[in-house]
Design a protein. Sequence first.
Length: 235
Amino acid sequence: MKSTIELVVARYREDLRWLRRVPGNVCVTVYDKGGDASGALPLPNAGREAHTYLHHIVERYDDLAETTVFCQGKPFDHVPGFHKDLRTLAGEEAPVPGFRWLGFIIDREDPAGGLFRVWGKNEDGRGLDLDGFFRALWEMPLPPEMLFYPGAHFAVSRSQVRSQPLAWYRKALEVSQTFPDAAHCFERTWDRTFQTNGIPAGYRNGPFPVYLRPIRRLGLTWASVGGTRELQEES
């Protein structure tokens, strides 16, 4: 019987031995841009994970799993409980009802791309042309704020993906390859891409960033994040 959940991995030279722990009822598809992953589907090294995700949607639009989980080759920095999240998703009797961000931080990007400016791997401190991105993709000006889970990890249902026509994703795929720093723009707008708001209602008013779980390596405790013990503490 065909799996109802598929894990799509955007890989670039990351060690994928962690895939051994993926639940057996999850179909795994790896797209490789590093050129050295046996059994993976090769893609040109362009557009980062956004290009990979959109390539999968365009190629599989008529044959998507009921739920697709999209992740980078090393998801654990952004989603420390990724294995637990996969087990939860794999054990659910029904597919994800729409869209679900995965991660432990909710943050807010400003119109000038301030978070991107101070990102450690942004060595020249350049900003993001988010207004240009919105005009290129949605043909509309930038909205007043963007709330998102950093890292570009999420689960989305087949029906939610299909809320947009295939032609729209083909356009988005082109934007992912031609617009400057498009992947970082998509990172902040994946829920909008699927025409939904993925931020839980109780967290939409900040203050930001919102930490959803304690992370020992970051010095975050249950008291400091104001969370509940329904979430498992990660080291």
